[in-house]
Write a protein that binds this ligand. Structure first.
Ligand SMILES: Nc1nc2c(ncn2[C@@H]2O[C@H](COP(=O)(O)OP(=O)(O)OP(=O)(O)O)[C@@H](O)[C@H]2O)c(=O)[nH]1
Ligand SMILES: [Mg+2]
Length: 210
């Protein structure tokens, strides 16, 4: 008899895990996805995403290939109803704010309320404070992000779509969490996403990004 957890693993290697990027317009969702997918940052004028689009990306976690289908949503209010329809199918949700933009941080609570309304209750949520490279224009301290994340019991890290800091980690941590959930044997200990992130996070020694 095939143990059910290995069946789930087989399914995992065929199915896409739906991950969705949300947050105010301009926080860097598209840039984060481009950095993760292509390893580059395209500076210049900001062009807001219209509607919604996706990128497929395969990541290897613990020797298992996990396919992520990453949905990049438009942060602008007028597209909100389009985005809501996609929450329901999401396995994971990356919620971004911009560390140089206070209102994008203040809106996180409203985003979380929406997420709890439209997404599945077991969706994996991660809070990301993006644009960590812009330390001279920082409006939100790192510990404010940490405190908010703790309040909602979600993992948190600061990222930079420009320098790439923690970008890969954000996606692989999510993939790892989803993979562990699917593959977990009843007696196996739970994967600790918080601990994993803490051990892997890049904390810059030189430039006090964090
Ligand atoms: N310095 C810096 N700039 C960034 C970073 N991420 C994004 N930007 C810039 O911020 C602006 C907005 O980035 P986008 O990725 O288009 O933002 P978005 O969240 O996709 O916005 P919407 O599509 O409207 O929801 C662009 O000019 C980017 O170049 C970052 O990590 N560092
Ligand atoms: Mg965008």
């Amino acid at each position: 008899r095939i143990p059910s957890f290995s069946l789930k693993l087989v399914c995992l290697s065929f199915a896409f895990l739906q991950t969705i990027l949300v947050g105010d317009s301009g926080v860097g969702k598209t840039s984060l996805l481009v950095q993760f997918d292509q390893g580059k940052f395209i500076p210049g004028s900001f062009s807001a995403t219209v509607g919604i689009g996706f990128t497929n990306k395969e990541v290897t976690v613990d020797n298992v290939k996990v396919k992520l289908q990453i949905w990049d949503t438009a942060g602008q209010e007028r597209f909100r109803s389009v985005t809501h329809a996609y929450y329901r199918d999401a396995h994971a949700l990356l919620l971004l704010y911009d560390i140089t933009n206070k209102s994008s941080f203040d809106n996180i609570r409203a985003w979380l309320t929406e997420i709890h309304e439209y997404a599945q209750t077991d969706v994996v949520i991660m809070l990301l404070g993006n644009k960590a490279d812009m330390s001279s224009e920082r409006a939100i301290r790192r510990d404010e992000g940490e405190r908010l994340a703790r309040e909602y019991s979600v993992p948190f890290m600061e990222t930079s779509a420009k320098t790439g800091v923690n970008v890969e980690l954000a996606f692989t941590a999510v993939a790892k969490e989803l993979k562990h959930r699917a593959a977990r044997h009843p007696n196996e200990s739970k994967f600790q996403i918080h601990e994993y992130i803490e051990s892997q996070k890049e904390k810059s020694g030189c430039c006090s990004y964090f």
